[in-house]
Write a protein that binds this ligand. Sequence first.
Ligand code: C2E
Ligand code: CA
Ligand code: CA
Ligand code: CA
Length: 275
Amino acid sequence: AKARKKGSVSVYDQSLREMVERRLTLENDLRDAIGKGEITPHYQIQVDLVTGAVVGVEALARWHHAQLGPIPPDEFIPIAEASGQIVDIGKHMIACACKDALRLPPNVQVAVNLSVIQIMQGEIMETTADALMATRLPPDRLKLEVTESVMMADPKQPIAVLSELRYLGVSLALDDFGTGYSSLSYLTTFHWDEIKIDRAFVNDLDTDSIGLSVIEAVLVLAKKTGAKVVVEGVETHKQLELLQGTGCDIGQGYFFGKPVPIDMACAQIREINKA
Ligand code: C2E
Ligand code: CA
Ligand code: CA
Ligand code: CA
């Protein structure tokens, strides 16, 4: 611990400065992170709640910093969004996901997260089309996930972009439904292929029944629009049983598997889908 003379910075200032310094370091090091091969996707399986088969995987970015070790996406994605580097990271993730999807059974979709920046910035059509072309992955194997923050302010532009993506033949999912500025109207302003209910509601299943009521209400609306419903953050068998009773289509969470490198995801899928 540093000596603290009178007039020296307080512990609070000290840790604030450390936070700022770390952020600057990360922002700076992000610039070469892709080139150095430090950013890679991990994949988390998604399971059909009726058949038990794996029907999809979600690609989640991982950054292994040479000196600092693993940096969580909740830390580096916001930095990348603020600096604009999310565009390159997003491009890299789509390219990796399309390539890795070729190693999965043809009935397994691969989902990639999109930042609102990528939607508004204008390259996403080209990025997606390029990745599909380069890998010859059938477009319906690719799913793009956006959070409802995309629809905030003026939803006209995002809806135009999403409609173009839809025209390419990729699937579109509304992520983290029920969090933040969520509004039920987002369920109907665009024809989503999938609604992903945030894990906070699944978490709630253990303590009260509010979570279950919310899930059931969303389910009714989603079914009207033809969207499949995915529940995130399934961790326990008890949660799974409750969710199976609701008619949710797909489950994702540590109960089924944590995000893992592509080789391990392939092995998990072989193991589960052979049965
Ligand atoms: P998300 O899209 O909602 O992804 C799901 C997060 O929940 C992942 O965290 C996943 O590891 C975690 N998770 C999955 N199952 C469980 C569970 O059973 N229990 C708990 N407690 N957590 C579970 P992760 O990988 O740390 O990613 C955090 C967020 O970072 C993602 O949330 C997403 O918003 C963002 N993110 C990750 N990769 C990318 C990317 O390539 N592009 C963009 N734009 N955002 C990304
Ligand atoms: Ca997601
Ligand atoms: Ca989510
Ligand atoms: Ca999230």
